[in-house]
Design a binder for this molecule. Sequence first.
Ligand code: ATP
Ligand code: MG
Length: 288
Amino acid sequence: MGMPCYNFTVELVHRGKVRDVYADGPDELILVATDRVSVYDVVLPTPIPDKGRLLTALSLWWFEQLAAVVRNHVISADDVPAEFAGRAIRCRRLSMVPVECVARGYLAGSGWSAYASSGSVCGVVLPAGLVEGDRLPEPIFTPTTKTPPEQGHDEPMTFADVTALVGAERAGELRDTTLRLYEAAGKITSDRGLVLADTKFEFGLWPDGLTLADEALTSDSSRYWRAEDWTPGRRQIGYDKQYLRDWASDLGSWDKTPPGPVIPPEVVDETRRRYVALYERITGTAWS
Ligand SMILES: Nc1ncnc2c1ncn2[C@@H]1O[C@H](COP(=O)(O)OP(=O)(O)OP(=O)(O)O)[C@@H](O)[C@H]1O
Ligand SMILES: [Mg+2]
């Protein structure tokens, strides 16, 4: 599908749950964030106003903060088709490493479930006696497969699985870079009174060196808690995306398969308010 935009034509190459990806020539992509929201991998029928712009702005802010740790795929946030302005990033088209690189400093979500049933997460053995929401002795690398949505959910990988897939040197580089990014981001969030419980990065190769791609530290890819709310021993109060997950899960009537439930207006408003608050708290800039 071609779409004429000023003097060039971009082509839709991929439609994710929440983002649309356009190619502009062979070497560049335009990642467009929409206002769609997904919960438990299901896109809900109700959009969250401004979400695409908020997450794009937050991702750009983080790419800039973390540029000293590893180079990233961003070319420009301005040189994009007018209809996507504010919610699109022009980036280098990379050959993507087929691993979702997750760092965890706290036990939550699937990490907590895995620990509760096996005492380890992605092959990393953890001390006994940890409770939900606990801080880990040190951050750990808990990668998953990058499974296309039509083929099911991302599955946990051990470090040995990653090594088998990409080789020992690249696997080590992925783990080290992921943990360095998590550490750098965690310092920034803790200065702002936030706990960065876990986050997911994706990397590509350009032309052969590791490059941070996709989105960075948005609430779609990360779990943020307010430091003052953090209380180990229970499910944590999520800062934004978790709010919607909890709402959907507490409905009780939804089996987490499509179609997802319509979000009532007050829950849309509260969700948007949380995205704005997160953006403002992290960047220190008022949302306009
Ligand atoms: N610089 C890049 N070069 C090539 N591909 C990229 C780059 N940055 C991100 N991608 C890929 O673009 C796609 C973005 O799609 P998106 O994340 O919206 O949907 P998805 O990953 O298919 O599904 P989900 O909604 O579960 O995330 C991903 O496959 C991601 O790996
Ligand atoms: Mg994705």
